[in-house]
Design a protein around this ligand. Structure first.
Ligand SMILES: Cc1ncc(COP(=O)(O)O)c(C=O)c1O
Length: 366
């Protein structure tokens, strides 16, 4: 009666962490939760006001192509941030956050019976989307030796879709700009589409990371952007896909069937968010302050921090997630993201600065 994939796939990993958190709270243990990557940062008042002002008396069904002003603000942001010009009319479609769009891409492309490839450790949705679309999964191990970049020569011949995600969850690794040209060339040679999940491009601390949109040939590249991390708007559900007109047109015809356009008042708040960089700089400063507290505390315990150049994550070799749990510190065990994550843990810097200071104190004392 029920799709066996739902029972075969283990519980969505973060559901398990949430259960763990509830267990500790019920036992009266104070927890500091570095598990799930849901920002605790406030959404900027300017964005919240834009939402309130846009709330209409009656909210009709939003259209899949989204409001023209949202597509224009996304295209304007791409131009300012990456120096690339995309047509808001034909190359952008708004999405309900980016997760649902990442999940369903394998259904929109011709992937059934072919391979969908991605590096692991990975965000779990590439795999789930591929399996529900009837595709086969090919995982490419990512390791510190290869800079957490996939070996493209390992791709199966029948690969239809390759996911990349830089800055990378969970390792925080950043891909160099040339990587996207290599990927675009491989896509042309082997006839596959690239899905570039760029949820974390704005959480950087040194150099702003590149986008796959900067590849010389972007005719096979689809970029998934979101306001969730950049603007701390996870609950608003707002992002966009930018890509070649024929695939964007396919998304515009697929998406009304599923009903996944963001509410228009959310779209108007999103226009305010894409048009502003001040709040993003403030967000980066808040994460930087947390890094300044947590990095010395983790390294002080003799645990190495690997990659972790961007994103809200610190990827560390050495800590034992179960041991930290007993001290009230929740982290994600690396193997939760795939076998190559074994031996690592991921700290998501989502607790407040005060909580990070408390966690650092605990780490120093033990
Ligand atoms: C790598 C990666 N991609 C995409 C997402 C999806 O975010 P959203 O659906 O909120 O845009 C997340 C969320 O944690 C993520 O870690």
């Amino acid at each position: 009666m029920i799709n066996p994939l739902l029972t075969e796939l283990a519980a969505y990993p973060f559901t398990r962490l949430e259960e763990e958190r509830r267990r500790l709270l019920a036992a009266g243990i104070q927890v500091i939760d570095f598990g799930k990557g849901d920002p605790n940062e406030p959404t900027d008042p300017m964005i919240r006001n834009a939402l309130v002002e846009a709330l209409p008396e009656r909210a009709p069904y939003p259209l899949a192509q989204g409001l023209p002003e949202l597509r224009e603000s996304a295209a304007g942001w791409i131009e300012r941030r990456f120096g690339v010009s995309v047509d808001p009319e034909t190359e952008i479609v708004p999405t309900y956050g980016s997760k649902e769009a990442i999940f369903s891409l394998a259904q929109v492309l011709e992937t059934a019976g072919r391979a969908v490839a991605f590096g692991e450790p990975a965000y779990p949705v590439y795999e789930r989307g591929a399996l529900f679309a009837g595709a086969r999964v090919q995982t490419l191990p990512l390791s510190r030796e290869n800079g957490f970049l996939p070996d493209l020569s390992e791709l199966d011949d029948d690969v239809a879709l390759v996911w990349v995600n830089y800055p990378h969850n969970p390792t925080g690794a950043v891909a160099p700009r040339e990587f996207y040209d290599e990927l675009a060339e491989a896509a042309e040679r082997h006839d596959f589409i690239v899905g570039s999940d760029e949820a974390y491009t704005e959480l950087w601390f040194d150099e702003p990371p590149p986008s796959a949109l900067q590849a010389v040939d972007r005719s096979r590249i689809l970029v998934f952007q979101t306001l969730s991390k950049r603007s701390s708007m996870t609950g608003y559900r707002s992002g966009f896909v930018a890509g070649p007109p024929e695939i964007v047109a396919a998304l515009k015809s697929y998406r009304p069937t599923v009903g996944t356009a963001p509410q228009e008042f959310v779209q108007r708040a999103s226009v305010a968010a894409w048009n502003d960089e001040r709040h993003v700089e403030e967000t980066r400063a808040r994460y930087r302050a947390k890094r300044d507290v947590m990095i010395p505390a983790i390294e002080g315990r003799g645990w190495e921090i690997v990659a972790s150049d961007a994103t809200m994550y610190l990827w560390s070799v050495g800590p034992d997630a179960a041991e930290l749990l007993e001290q009230g510190i929740i982290v994600s065990p690396g193997e939760m993201f795939g076998p190559s994550g074994e031996g690592y843990v991921r700290f998501a810097l989502v607790p407040t600065l005060e909580e990070c200071e408390r966690a650092a104190e605990i780490l120093r004392k033990t």
